[in-house]
Design a protein around this ligand. Structure first.
Ligand SMILES: *Cc1c(COP(=O)(O)O)cnc(C)c1O
Length: 431
């Protein structure tokens, strides 16, 4: 784990491949992932015996395959994500009883499709509502389950990523634990796992509070537990001054809780970590082309061919992404004068701005002067990027490309017009 990230405003390549070459081969906008960065981040976490990727952060099956081959297990929050994991080679359940579950389904509800699928494939479930326990007990008595508990407090880098406390819909309310243990018992389910995920952007001071809650709750569940999960929420730096979280301290706090519980239970407990953002954020860049440069009073706008249909984090959370300019011919923009500019996308919606703060306030970014045809690279976009794409304004999903060992390969073709209207039909009766 490096101590601080470095971001340049004039990048010319991604993982050793020139930006204009990527644009020529795959078009713009495109998501480009660096496999090496994912491997680095996985490597940071070797202390945890089970690392489970929260695939909702980036669920392309090529990324899942890459992560699977490095020994990381996977979390799924829908039937679609269970199917993706299986398509990427994960087995639905462990070969040997007692081994960690390759796939865990974590949610607050079972829709009918996911309930049928978890029963059919014997997928381990992490239940985030009392109703899930009743429904699984009815459909698959004898199963082992994990309980996701809302400990009554939360933390997040924005209101929308806070997943604990009274205003969160996630998990089972901590005061209901005795009640849900009764329900599990009634349904013939055995509670083998306990899970807390209270938000993204967890800091270390907060963490000891979370560990304390885990210990209290685990003692209440008792000796049936074999696994505790620390959830996700490991932050990544989006700005140079942010730095990385100290993984050793993070691990140590959890490991101490785990050891105290092992002592109390008299048997070993598996400690799982469930990162999403941490594994993939830095690996991904969104490459766009600058198609218009306009002056609006005092503001200079660079308007690019990617919008919030491709990357929604700025409009959703006011998220900050590092950005850089690469000249159309691939030369460095380092020597150009810098300007404060607004970066906008192509959508017919005034909120389609990549440089905005929470609340929608437009801000500017200091970037090298640019020309039409130059490239804008939006960085640290691998997590909650492509997966949050929409077809708003009938824009196709961007291409996705994976670079490994200096070789770039398409891992998702750009959508076509046929893809866009698949399933739509004009009723016969309108003739
Ligand atoms: C989203 C999510 C994660 C991952 O969160 P990050 O902030 O991306 O690490 C982990 N566990 C669960 C249950 C989640 O919903």
């Amino acid at each position: 784990m490096p101590s601080t990230p470095t971001f340049s405003s004039h990048r010319t390549d991604i993982a050793g491949v020139a930006v204009p070459e990527l644009a020529r081969r795959f078009g713009t906008p495109s998501y480009i992932y660096d496999a090496g960065k994912i491997a680095e981040r996985i490597n940071d976490l070797t202390q945890f015996e089970v690392v489970r990727f929260a695939q909702k952060a980036c669920s392309n099956i090529a990324i899942l395959d890459l992560i699977r081959r490095q020994g990381v297990l996977v979390d799924a929050v829908s039937a679609g994500e269970i199917r993706r994991a299986m398509a990427a080679g994960y087995s639905p359940h462990p070969e040997k009883h007692g081994d960690p579950h390759p796939i865990v389904y974590t949610a607050d509800i079972f829709d009918r499709e996911s309930l049928a699928l978890v029963v059919e494939q014997k997928i381990h479930c992490n239940c985030g509502s009392p109703d899930m326990i009743d429904q699984l007990g009815e459909a698959a008595p004898g199963s082992e389950i994990t309980l996701r508990i809302n400990p009554g407090f939360g933390h997040g880098h924005s209101q929308k990523t806070n997943t604990g406390g009274e205003q969160s819909k996630h998990g089972i309310w901590h005061e209901q634990l005795a009640d849900v243990l009764g329900r599990a018992d009634h349904g013939g389910l055995s509670v083998t796992g306990l899970h807390l995920h209270i938000g993204s952007g967890t800091d270390l001071e907060h963490l000891s509070q979370v560990c304390g809650a885990m210990e209290r709750l685990a003692r209440e569940v008792g000796r049936s537990l074999t696994t505790i999960s620390a959830g996700g929420g490991l932050p990544v730096p989006y700005r140079a001054e942010q730095g990385y979280v100290d993984i050793d301290v993070y691990y140590k706090l959890w490991d101490e809780s785990r050891k105290r519980l092992e002592e109390a239970f008299g048997h070993p407990l598996t400690l799982e970590l469930e990162p999403g953002r941490y594994l993939v954020a830095e690996s991904g860049c969104l490459v766009a082309e600058i198609r218009a440069i306009k002056q609006m009073g005092a503001n200079t706008f660079y308007v690019v061919d990617a919008g919030f249909n491709n990357l929604a984090r700025p409009i959703l959370y006011g998220a900050y992404h590092p950005m850089s300019i690469c000249a159309a011919d691939g030369s460095s923009a380092a020597q150009r004068p810098a300007n404060d500019v607004v970066i906008g996308g192509p959508l017919c919606e005034s909120g389609d701005i990549f440089t905005q703060e929470e609340g929608g306030f437009v801000s500017t970014r200091r970037l090298p002067a640019a020309n039409i045809g130059d490239f804008l690279v939006i960085e640290v976009a691998g997590a909650y990027g492509a997966v949050m794409s929409s077809n708003y304004n009938s824009k196709p999903f961007a291409a996705e490309v994976l670079i490994a060992d200096g070789k770039a390969e398409l891992i998702r073709a750009r959508q076509t017009f046929e893809d866009l209207i698949r399933g739509e039909r004009i009723p016969n009766s309108s003739a």
